[in-house]
Design a protein around this ligand. Structure first.
Ligand SMILES: Cc1ncc(COP(=O)(O)O)c(C=O)c1O
Length: 443
């Protein structure tokens, strides 16, 4: 084998350089049929137009066949230049030092928790309402998850309750920008500094939003975004990005792929395998690699993300405008100054005292009118998993009275993207009519 020049690092799996017999990057390359199956999956036939669909599909097949003859089908399918280009574009967009493209946000959390050196018995403070993905890693290693109560206006973590729940065993705070509305990060970061804690932002819904001029996800020590198919932009169904401004970002590459270190070789072998240096010592990396094609898909939407958020914002503004004079209704929190949400979910609250009924009644009325509600995130203490792991969920529930009240009586999420002006109008009408029926006591 040809010796590499000093300082030149190649990926031994693919870069066989000038070798006359190289190692093809893909065992069995994709063929035209395979590519067409992908096209048909991405653009399936609409009901009722099979003939036109078949005709156009045949044209696409001829066109892609022609392209393949003139060019070549992709070979490098994972961890190549497209992933690198995406990461660089994200670093620029977010103004952050290190970005790492992964299978999903949950993988990003896992790496951040490991980098923070989270250990069994440590405590992690998270909001009482979030998706379970926020806490699966701490639960899986026997760290203790402490649920903080919520801010009644935003349904985000309440920094005052975080302060009450810090103990000598607390290691991390994990604020979640729920629905894409920014957590009040200043008091969270103050508490972290005072107590020497690590902050991981669950910015699964927060890509493109900002808090006081700083991008969500880049304010804490670590932040992770989700590009699952329901998010504002997606990476062909699944995807995540972990970011940091800390020096630990220098090891992101190795922490994504089992600690393989291509810059170091052992005698008579092509690479070394290393443990990753975390804040409290070395840890073992898993495999969280996402693919080149996912990177292409996500990067192509990057330049549209602000536009997508703007459409969502306009819809949110219109609904808020319609609800502002309806007694007992509160619309979603709106941007002020340099604090701007992503409007991933539209948050609707009602005041049961004023309306004489609560959110469960409103949800039923909306369902009758064909308005889909987004199955919003339940309080984590209600799920069996915490009881199974020995948590005293009744005690947790009584330590989160605002969460309990919000969840049972006050709030839901509504869809706001991809709706026509008429659908937005219908949605507004449906909410307003339902609330007035509830006020009149009409069943
Ligand atoms: C609040 C929150 N955190 C984390 C996640 C996990 O994201 P992913 O599916 O990319 O792992 C989600 C997913 O929807 C979420 O809603």
């Amino acid at each position: 084998m040809k010796r590499e020049k000093k300082g030149q690092i190649s990926d031994f799996r693919y870069a066989t350089g000038t070798a006359r017999i190289g190692w093809p990057a893909v065992g069995e390359p994709l063929r035209l049929d395979d590519v067409m199956r992908i096209v048909e999956f991405l653009v399936p036939a609409a009901p009722g137009r099979p003939a036109a669909y078949r005709r156009n599909l045949a044209k696409v097949r001829r066109a892609i066949g022609g392209l393949a003859e003139a060019g070549s089908l992709a070979t490098k399918l994972t961890l190549g230049n497209r992933v690198k280009e995406l990461e660089q574009a994200v670093e620029k967009y977010l103004d952050v030092r290190h970005a790492l493209f992964l299978t999903n946000a949950t993988a990003g959390f896992e790496i951040a928790y490991k980098m923070a050196g989270l250990a069994p018995g440590d405590e992690v403070i998270v909001p009482a309402i979030t998706f379970i993905a926020t806490i699966v890693y701490p639960l899986s290693i026997g760290a203790k998850v402490v649920l903080a109560d919520l801010d009644p206006q935003t349904v985000n973590i309440d920094p005052a309750d975080v302060a009450r729940k810090i103990t000598p065993r607390t290691r991390m705070i994990v604020p979640v920008h729920i629905g894409g509305w920014p957590v009040d990060m200043a008091p969270i970061m103050r508490l972290a500094r005072q107590h020497g804690l690590i902050v991981l932002e669950d910015a699964a819904h927060g890509f493109g939003g900002s808090y006081r001029g700083r991008r969500l996800g880049t304010i804490g020590h670590f932040g992770a975004y989700s590009f699952h198919e329901v998010k504002n932009i997606n990476a062909l169904g699944e995807g995540g990005i972990l970011v940091t401004n800390t020096k630990f970002g220098q090891q992101f590459g190795k922490s994504r792929f089992v600690g393989l270190d291509l810059s170091k070789k052992i005698p008579n072998w092509l690479y070394d395998v290393v443990a990753i240096d975390g804040m409290r010592g070395p840890f073992v990396a898993g495999n969280h690699s996402a693919t080149e094609i996912q990177a292409v898909a996500l990067k192509s939407q990057l330049h549209r993300v602000d536009e997508i958020i703007a459409v969502r914002r306009a819809a949110a503004r219109e609904l808020n405008h319609r609800f502002r004079h309806v007694p007992g209704l509160r619309g979603t929190p709106m941007d002020h100054g340099t604090t701007r949400g992503t409007h991933h979910l539209y948050q609707l609250q009602i005041d049961p005292q004023v309306v004489g009924a609560d959110i469960q009644d409103l949800k039923d009325k909306l369902t009758e009118r064909g308005v889909t509600q987004i199955p919003h995130f339940g309080p984590l203490y209600k799920f069996q998993i915490l009881r199974q792991l020995g948590y005293d969920t009744a005690a947790i529930e009584s330590s989160c009275p605002v969460c309990e009240d919000l969840f049972n009586h006050r709030f839901t999420h509504l869809p706001i993207y991809g709706l026509s002006a008429e659908q937005i109008r219908y949605l507004g009408d449906a909410v307003i009519e339902s609330v007035s029926e509830l006020r009149r006591g009409t069943a």
